[in-house]
Each structure stands twice: as C-alpha cells, then as structure tokens.
Design a protein around this ligand. Structure first.
Ligand code: DX5
Ligand code: ZN
Length: 217
C-alpha cells in the first residue's frame, strides 16, 4: 500500500491546523512540509515555526523537505521543532554524508532528495545511511506543476539497489502526483507519494486520497 503525504504548501494557511486535522482524518500517512529559502529555489515558504505549530495538531509523521542552501545550518532547529524526517537536497549541501549523520544524531530520520537532473549515482555511496530517498518528479519550488516522466527510471534504479544491497530506505516521490501519474511511481517501486494540489486543491480530501490509493490497487 502506498503512503500518501499531503503537502501543506497547497493548504489554506489561514486555517492550517484545521487543514492538517482534515487530511489526517481523510487517511493521510505523513504531513509533508516544504521549506524554501528563495536561494536554492525561486520561492520562499516556511520555517521551523510552522513545524512547531503543526506538531501538536497531529500524530502523523512530519516529513520536512528542506529546499534550502546549506541545510546543515538548520537541522537542529527543525529537529527541535518536531520534525520526524528531515530531507536535504544532494545539490544543496557540500558534505552530504556529514549532513545525513547530523540529522540522525539529532534523533530524526534522514532523507536525501534528488532534483530531476541529478543521477542516483551522485548519492550511491551514502545510500546505506539513508532512511528515505526523495525523487523530485518536478523541479522544486512550486506546487501544481506537471510530472516529469524521465525521473521514473531513477525510482526503479533506487528500488533495485535497495533490494540488491538490502538497504532500508523508503522511496518517496514529489511533484505532479495525480491519480494518473501515481501508478508510474509505485510500479517503479515508490513507497510514499507526496501530493499537494491534488489533495488540498479539492474540497473533498478523503475522496482525493482515495482516488490516489485506488489508482494503484
Ligand atoms: C515542490 C514541492 C512539492 C509540492 C508538490 O517544490 O516540493 O512538495 O508541494 O505539489 P504538487 O503535488 O501540487 O505538485
Ligand atoms: Zn516537497
């Protein structure tokens, strides 16, 4: 069964607590929180304060996706704020192995993110340490973009390496996930699907999550 991680980037921020409670009730598995700095990506969103605000509202896993330069600077702050998973972009940190260790030392699961153009080979030697690998299926920065199909072969590659090496990471996909694209990801081996506009863009969040899980049955 695929896990669904609604991205609050597409939620109504004037009532964020209610939005999070609603998707939890609707069957979400993780709450995906998109952190952007206006440098690594051309958009600015939220910081540790928002993670701290969401923490008491839900018992779901808080899946924090850092789209920021030198994410190592903020690992401790996001861990303290209540993140369960902290994912950093391979392209944004100079010493990825060290950053992954830093996340794990903070008592948080460590995720590694690949932009659409970044090959799996770039993180091959740190995969043994990863709790999660996030394959971007759009260019990071905005919700509501179209799925880039060329990224699917990387999901397959990560799945094969995992089986071969007996690694334990989950494979997550993020961007352009709909009831039409989700099966491309799960067939290739994805375990977790982030969905922003597909879930929060619809009035009936339960029906939206069901449409995603039904599409891969
Ligand atoms: C994009 C973010 C995504 C975004 C996905 O930079 O990382 O998590 O919220 O939005 P949709 O599902 O609308 O493509
Ligand atoms: Zn994201």
């Amino acid at each position: 069964m695929v896990k669904i991680a609604p991205s609050i980037l597409s939620a109504d921020f004037s009532k964020l607590g209610d939005e999070v409670r609603e998707v939890e009730k609707a069957g979400a598995d993780y709450i995906h929180i998109d952190v952007m700095d206006g440098m690594f990506v051309p958009n600015i969103t939220m910081g540790p304060l928002v993670v701290e605000a969401v923490r008491p509202v839900t018992s779901l896993t808080l899946d924090v996706h850092l789209m920021i330069e030198q994410p190592e600077r903020y690992v401790e702050a996001f861990a303290k704020a209540g993140a369960d998973i902290i994912s950093v972009h391979a392209e944004a940190t100079r010493h990825l192995h060290r950053t992954v260790q830093m996340i794990k030392s903070a008592g948080v699961k460590a995720g590694i993110v690949l932009n659409p153009h970044t090959p799996v080979e770039a993180i091959r030697h740190v995969l043994s340490e990863a709790d999660l690998v996030l394959v971007m299926t759009v260019n990071p920065g905005f919700g509501g973009q179209s799925f880039i199909k060329e990224t699917v072969s990387k999901i397959k590659e990560l799945n094969e390496i995992r089986a071969h090496e007996r690694f334990h990471y989950e494979i997550e996909v993020d961007g352009g996930v709909t009831d039409e694209t989700i099966s491309l990801c799960t067939n290739a081996g994805a375990d977790v699907a982030v969905a922003g506009s597909f879930v929060f863009g619809k009035a009936d969040r339960e029906a939206a999550i069901k449409a995603l899980t039904d599409a891969v049955k």
